[in-house]
Write a new protein. Structure first.
Ligand code: BEZ
Length: 219
């Protein structure tokens, strides 16, 4: 398993655009690696289609997308046509799909879902998401079971939070969206507030009288 803050493995993989070495492929970008149980399955088709529709939004944020499922490249190429038809996308498919036929990568990255098996009884990959920074370190991971499709707008939202909080001394509260109020980090001392947050800070009063709920406009 890769933990938050670990350097993500620099794996080599066969993809629909040829062989890649992960760190070289990532370059100076952020990256999202997301896995799927299998090609030609309904939820996965909606997910890859939605991800493809949102590629311009991820690109604007400097994020590259990379999908993985355990079928072979021929299967991926055929399935891509279905995904594009369903999602009403034209032209070349906008991100590579890894073929991890022998599940080496799925095992290495902890993506296997022992509850889901293919027709030969081999375990399938779950719906894993890894967000990797330009420093090649893991910034966020999520694991969903096969029966629950992910929300790709949520991935855009968390990228906005990750990129903001990598630069500024704030955290983002529940249901935050880009442009919304942020929270001053607990580690910021009260005496440093005016210098660090020129837009101002409001402290929400609490029964404990502790001044830890400190909101500030998005820096
Ligand atoms: C799906 O993508 O629809 C799916 C795949 C495996 C198990 C359940 C659902």
């Amino acid at each position: 398993m890769v933990n938050l803050g670990d350097v993500f493995p620099n794996f080599k993989a066969n993809t629909t655009v040829g062989e890649i070495q992960f760190h070289d492929w990532l370059g100076d970008s952020w990256g999202i690696l997301f896995s799927h149980p299998a090609d030609y399955t309904p939820v996965c088709t909606t997910e890859l289609g939605r991800a493809a529709q949102l590629v311009p939004d991820f690109s604007k944020r400097g994020v590259k997308m990379l999908a993985l499922s355990c079928n072979d490249l021929n299967s991926h190429q055929g399935w891509i046509k279905d995904i594009q038809a369903y999602s009403e996308l034209n032209g070349s498919f906008p991100y590579p799909i890894i073929s991890d036929e022998n599940r080496d990568l799925a095992v290495q990255l902890g993506m296997i879902d022992p509850m889901e098996k293919d027709k030969d009884g081999l375990p399938l990959t779950c719906r894993a998401v890894f967000i990797i920074g330009p420093d090649k370190k893991l910034k966020l991971s999520m694991l969903y079971p096969a029966t629950t499709g992910r929300n790709f707008d949520e991935l855009l939202r968390v990228v906005d939070s990750l990129q903001l909080t990598a630069e500024k001394r704030v955290a983002t509260p529940a249901d935050w969206k880009a442009g919304g109020e942020c929270m001053v980090l607990p580690s910021v001392k009260q005496e440093d507030i005016s210098e660090l947050f020129p837009k101002g800070v409001r402290t929400h009063p609490l029964p404990s009288k502790k001044n830890y709920l400190r909101f500030t406009p998005q820096p």
